[in-house]
Design a protein around this ligand. Structure first.
Ligand code: AMP
Length: 423
């Protein structure tokens, strides 16, 4: 058998890399909690039907990217179809309905962080297991909350040192607007179908909007002169979009209107946005974050009609765009035992220091003092502390400052050690 490896498109995150993940996650939590969002954790596996109904059958995700399997059936029963979640929004709506939160809070604000699964072609910035952080708001029809959400994201990216981001917004309208636009778009696309990519030709009748954000050059050429949805907005849709723009102006949040922004999911209504990065190591996968309103989904999944908006950002892509280095907490001390039999006392001392909040490392394998001190040097610890027969008798350790060349060893009372290390 060959060497064991991770599944294609799925990655390990090792110490050394994980520090940047922690920083990103910490900054995200801190920022969104300041805006009143609270965390929700949902299972990684859901009933397949949730995504089919929630995301829409004519999307890339549901058509070809989901990891779906049939669960083992109980005696005399049929196994259930289950899917590894490809995104977070549908699961959040399911939880919102399942726990009857509709009647309990006028506005619900949630955030989540976790892995998602899509069987896409792996590339830099595109994986089959990837992590998203996202927010969802239920019960506010906008547009002010839409502006606040976009502005919060820009603030978060600034916190992380991501520079030069581009905020694109569009409105997809609602109900009758969508139907009128769809008809006009089909009228435009049908006579040009021969010139479209095979994916777009196949999807044309079911999901003509997708042609607009296709990456295929022949589709982009056709899309360039397609009718613009913004010209079809109803008076209410247009007022919503105008108020969103005014609110973003008031916040001095830079944005651009992109009338061809549609994004891959079926569920969006009215406000739609995407944040793209321009710098760093991003390359072609430069969409950092996507989001929008999905005012119809809750009713479609069986709830009382409730307006909703949300976004998801791709953590791996953000890591490519954010500042490179994050400082790792430095070890305060490396404790070494002079003789193997001093190790129990070493354990007790190390625990006392750690309980006091210090970062302490030891080598408990019973190696020579010399080899322990070599490890202490390499560890980057600020101090080495040696515990031997005499020190045990005196209740002390021999302390060396590893940050000073030719530093004198100094005998320090164990009871004083935490204080001295903290200085
Ligand atoms: P979506 O859920 O498709 O709206 O995507 C939201 C964000 O998730 C995107 O802007 C990306 O940053 C990220 N993302 C989506 N798919 C992948 C993937 N296969 N690999 C890595 N990141 C992804």
């Amino acid at each position: 058998m060959g060497k064991l490896r991770t599944v294609k498109g799925m990655n390990d995150v090792l110490p050394g890399e994980i520090e940047r993940w922690h920083r990103l996650e910490g900054v995200f939590r801190e920022r969104v909690e300041r805006y009143g969002f609270r965390e929700i954790r949902t299972p990684i596996v859901e009933h397949t039907e949730l995504f089919e109904r929630g995301i829409g059958e004519a999307t890339d995700i549901v058509e070809k990217e989901m990891y779906t399997f049939t669960d083992k059936a109980g005696e005399g029963k049929k196994g259930k179809r289950l899917t590894l979640r490809p995104e977070g929004t549908a699961s959040c709506v399911r939880a919102y309905l399942e726990h009857n939160l509709q009647g309990q809070e006028p506005v619900t604000k949630w955030y989540y962080l976790g892995p998602m699964y899509r069987r896409e072609r792996p590339a830099k910035g595109r994986y089959r297991q990837f992590y998203q952080a996202g927010c969802e708001i239920y019960g506010d029809p906008g547009p002010y909350v839409d502006a606040e959400l976009i502005d919060m994201l820009v603030g978060f990216l600034t916190d992380l040192g991501v520079q030069d981001v581009q905020v694109l917004i569009n409105s997809l309208g609602h109900g009758a607007t969508r139907a009128r636009y769809r008809a006009a778009l089909l009228d435009y696309l049908r006579p040009r179908a021969q010139g479209l990519s095979s994916d777009s030709q196949r999807r044309l009748e079911r999901n003509p909007l997708r042609v607009l954000d296709s990456k295929a050059p022949q589709d982009q050429e056709v899309a360039a002169n397609a009718p613009r949805i913004l010209d079809f907005l109803s008076a209410e849709d247009a007022a919503h979009f105008d108020a969103l723009r005014s609110a973003l102006d008031a916040l001095h949040t830079p944005y651009e209107v992109d009338a061809h922004l549609v994004r891959g999911l079926d569920y969006y209504t009215r406000t739609l946005f995407e944040i793209r990065g321009r710098g760093g190591d991003l390359g072609a996968q430069n969409a950092l974050c996507g989001g929008g309103r999905y005012d119809d989904m809750i009713a479609q999944l069986g709830g009382k009609a409730t307006p909703a908006i949300g976004f998801a950002l791709g953590i791996e892509r953000l890591l490519l765009a954010m500042e490179p280095a994050v400082a790792v907490a430095r070890l305060d001390a490396f404790l070494a035992a002079q003789r193997p039999e001093d190790r129990s006392d070493l354990l007790v001392l190390a625990r006392t220091l750690r309980e006091a909040g210090l970062h302490v490392e030891t080598d408990l394998r019973g190696n020579s003092l010399k080899s322990q001190l070599r490890r202490a040097d390499k560890s980057g610890a600020r101090f080495a502390a040696v515990l031997g027969e005499n020190e045990r008798a005196n209740g002390t350790v021999m302390l060396t400052n590893l940050m000073q060349r030719n530093a004198e060893r100094q005998e320090v009372l164990q009871a004083d050690l935490a204080r001295v290390l903290r200085r």
